[in-house]
Ligand binder design. Structure first.
Ligand SMILES: NC(=O)c1ccc[n+]([C@@H]2O[C@H](COP(=O)([O-])OP(=O)(O)OC[C@H]3O[C@@H](n4cnc5c(N)ncnc54)[C@H](OP(=O)(O)O)[C@@H]3O)[C@@H](O)[C@H]2O)c1
Length: 298
């Protein structure tokens, strides 16, 4: 199955579905999990300097045998060590990832960069130099975006923030700003309503849609897949993780990877279902990561 893609504002495209190497793989060897994801059909791999495992993501890229040009690799800038610059850190990432370029390089956390404008100008230079094809940001508020747009000659192509129905209401302003500037929204933590907060108000809405889609397609559609389709219909890229458990004979992880990939072709939700999920999600606020974003975006 070919991957769905979304156009970026710099002429490149981004695969809609990504495999993430943070969270449960943070500081761990991501080789096996990433190889499993690539062989299942993932082409977009989401890494970060802060995850401390770029070397193993690079090993998986090499071992997969998939041509580099068929993959889309993201990494994210951590704090820059004293006496170094952003270029130094990206060159180090490229060495670890065993590649000449990344497809997307994001500022991971604006809090780590007191001179945000200067940091952005360095990212622009790295795009010009061909070390990254596209540049963007993560965990940014409208204010952070406004700050870099004051000096930007290249706009961010993407913004990666936590996004699911329980933060959708709180993310309205930043999503609208991103849309206005043609910046693609990328979600992490998107499965929070099934994986971390399973009995919230949105659950029945997801179950209703899953039941309807199961009947329509004649194939089991899960509530997690409904969330994926909910993101897909809003043109939001979905970053997913599934841990690899080689010793658990009953592990459902390969099936879960397939479940994520299958959500590329599940039919759309109806207008009522989209509204239902939004309305129920807005009843509770539940942010998992970077809780400081709540204070700064209100
Ligand atoms: N930019 C940032 O600051 C930032 C922050 C956090 C994460 N990220 C990126 O986003 C990626 C994904 O993050 P995430 O972990 O938050 O992703 P997520 O997609 O919200 O959650 C994935 C987790 O949900 C579990 N899951 C999936 N389906 C489920 C179901 N039906 N029932 C119960 N659990 C289910 C998976 O479990 P199994 O592992 O058991 O399959 C997995 O651990 C990370 O790896 C990283 O690349 C970025």
């Amino acid at each position: 199955m070919s991957s769905r893609t979304i156009p970026l504002n710099d002429g490149n495209t981004i695969p809609w579905l990504a495999f993430g190497t943070g969270t449960a793989l943070y500081s761990k060897d991501a080789t096996k999990a990433t190889l499993a994801a690539i062989s299942a059909g993932f082409v977009h791999l989401d890494g970060a300097q802060m995850y401390g495992n770029e070397e193993t993501l690079g090993d998986a890229i090499v071992q997969s045998g998939v041509p580099r040009s068929s993959l889309f690799v993201t990494t994210k800038l951590a704090a820059v060590p004293d006496g170094r610059d952003v270029r130094f850190t990206l060159e180090e990432s490229l060495r670890k990832l065993k590649t000449d370029y990344v497809d997307l390089f994001l500022i991971h956390n604006p809090k780590q960069h007191p001179d945000l404008k200067g940091t952005w100008k360095q990212l622009e230079a790295l795009k010009e130099a061909g070390l990254t094809r596209s540049i963007g940001v993560s965990n940014f508020t409208v204010k952070h975006l406004e700050t870099i747009l004051e000096v930007a000659t290249i706009k961010p192509a993407a913004i990666q923030n936590e996004y699911h129905p329980y933060v959708a209401k709180a993310s309205k302003a930043v999503r609208a700003f991103a849309k206005e500037h043609n910046i693609v929204y990328v979600s992490y933590g998107g499965l929070t309503p099934v994986a971390r907060f399973p009995n919230g108000p949105v659950t029945p809405a997801l179950q209703r849609a899953a039941k309807r889609l199961t009947e329509q397609t004649g194939k089991q559609v899960t509530t997690g897949q409904v969330l994926q389709v909910w993101l897909r219909q809003q043109d939001i890229v979905a970053v997913r993780l599934s841990r690899y458990a080689p010793t658990a004979s009953t592990s459902n992880k390969p099936e879960r990877l397939q479940e994520y990939l299958d959500s590329q072709t599940i039919p759309d939700l109806t207008e009522e279902e989209l509204k239902d999920i939004e309305t129920e999600g807005a009843k509770v606020h539940h942010r998992v990561y970077m809780k400081w974003l709540d204070e700064e975006s209100s």
